[in-house]
Design a protein around this ligand. Structure first.
Ligand SMILES: C[S@@+](CC[C@H](N)C(=O)[O-])C[C@H]1O[C@@H](n2cnc3c(N)ncnc32)[C@H](O)[C@@H]1O
Ligand code: SF4
Length: 420
């Protein structure tokens, strides 16, 4: 799947010998073999793990609330207390660093009340120095909103809404087990466009039974809302999901590839530039939060199952919070939200960097690789040269950029940087 959740640490990395919760700052500041000349921009990811129902294709850390969205089913106040405790305990690791973006993701964050989101953003602002005009995104699902709810999220400080539409076709939505229909998706987008200067629509393609004409209709409907940002994901069958156990018939690879060509051509013609493998934006509307992931920036991740990546002058630390919401709340309230953490091994950093950075159409500058990984350019030079010889990247001066062929074979290109 190519969705924009915080990138997960590569499986090959595994916990380093230093794995274990909550290392002290003094330990993290000790000398090491990496030399990061400066720390990258810092973002904050907040995970809200509940949904009305679990979608059969979804492998995110999301849990059905059950029939009612009562306080009992969704313990909003206690969860917010846990998030604040989690943040408080994490502050020493990011002390004094400005925060550029906040992403409230899920799950279905729009199940939380506007008052709850207001409390969350106020708690973040009181503890972290958000830059002026910080981007604050909230994920919202159609079917969870009432009139004026989106406006109330905006008044709470949210600056950008990301609406998970997937399709406007009632039959397609039913086949992928969504709780909403096309009319609810359209109503949510009308409200999003009214309340926000910038918003995103998530669509998925290569859905069960979908043809090119169906996809064209979905995209045309999406474009009729003049979205500043579009995320277009190929539906993937993820392990341990209901679809993996019981796979629906899906469009074949040739059709899926034609679908992507159609999406890219039409989105581009509508003024949305494909700046990342799955993301399209009008000028000035790229998602700054996701850009920071893709440029191997830092992010503190709080909430159930949230991942984080934090840099120090001589090391890069990855953290994961307790995944199951009840356990997370219990541990976070006791000051132990982190279930696991490890330093990224030196040999894994080239792949971890490239798996993110090569998703961006504009590519990157050699200095950024050295700045973000603390490694010398020689750590990747020979592999870059091989990728260039295979037509997967181009080099111009100090810049490296994936070619259209590199984008088509992105996993192969990224895999070239796996440790030998
Ligand atoms: C964090 S998810 C959830 C957002 C929101 N809860 C929703 O479902 O509308 C963000 C996006 O990832 C995409 N996604 C989730 N599971 C996927 C899968 N198996 N294959 C492709 N895209 C997927 C969907 O487009 C979804 O909107
Ligand atoms: S609503 Fe979104 S996060 Fe929740 S189960 Fe469905 S796809 Fe997953």
């Amino acid at each position: 799947m190519t969705s924009p959740r915080p990138p997960v640490s590569v499986a090959s990395a595994g916990p380093a010998p230093s794995a274990g919760p909550a290392q002290t700052l003094a330990h993290l500041m000790r000398p090491g073999t990496l030399q990061l000349p400066s720390l990258p921009p810092l973002s904050l990811y907040v995970h809200l793990p509940w949904c009305l129902r679990k979608c059969p294709y979804c492998d995110f850390n999301s849990h059905a609330v059950g029939a009612a969205t009562s306080a009992e089913a969704l313990p909003e106040a206690r969860y917010l207390d846990a998030l604040v405790a989690d943040l408080d305990a994490a502050l020493p690791l990011v002390w004094g660093r400005p925060v550029h973006t906040v992403f409230i993701g899920g799950g279905t964050p729009s199940l939380f009340s506007p008052e709850g989101i207001d409390r969350l953003i106020a708690a973040v602002r009181a503890r972290l120095p958000l830059v002026p005009a910080a981007e604050i995104t909230l994920e919202a699902n159609p079917g969870t909103f009432e009139r004026d709810r989106f406006r109330a999220f905006r008044d709470a400080g949210v600056t950008r809404l990301s609406v998970g539409v997937q399709s406007f076709d009632d039959e397609a939505l039913r086949r992928i087990g969504r709780v909403h229909d096309g009319a609810q998706a359209r109503a949510a987008l009308e409200e999003a466009a009214r309340a926000f200067d910038t918003f995103n629509i998530d669509l998925m393609y290569a859905l069960p039974g979908q043809g090119l004409a169906d996809l064209r209709a979905d995209l045309d409907t999406a474009l009729s809302f003049a979205p500043p940002h579009l995320s277009l994901y190929h539906l993937t069958l993820e392990p341990n999901t209901a679809f993996a156990a019981n796979p629906p018939a899906l469009p074949d690879d040739d059709l899926a590839s034609d679908m992507l060509d159609l999406l890219t051509a039409r989105a581009t013609a509508a003024g949305l530039q494909r700046y990342e493998v799955s993301a399209y934006a009008r000028p000035g509307h790229r998602c700054r939060h996701n850009l920071n992931y893709w440029q191997f920036g830092d992010y503190l991740g709080i909430g159930a199952g949230a991942h984080g990546k934090l840099s120090f002058p001589h090391r890069v630390l990855r953290q994961v919070r307790w995944r199951e919401p009840a356990r997370y709340m219990q541990e976070a309230l006791a000051g132990r939200a982190v279930s696991n953490e490890h330093e990224v091994a030196r040999r894994d950093l080239p792949f971890e960097y490239m798996i993110n950075q090569l998703r961006l159409a504009e590519g990157f500058e050699r200095a950024r690789f050295c700045e973000r990984t603390g490694l010398p350019w020689s750590a990747v030079e020979a592999t870059i040269e091989r990728a260039r010889a295979q037509g997967l990247v181009v080099r111009e001066g100090d810049f490296v950029q994936p070619t259209p062929r590199g984008f088509d074979f992105l996993s192969d290109l990224q895999a070239m940087f796996l440790p030998g």
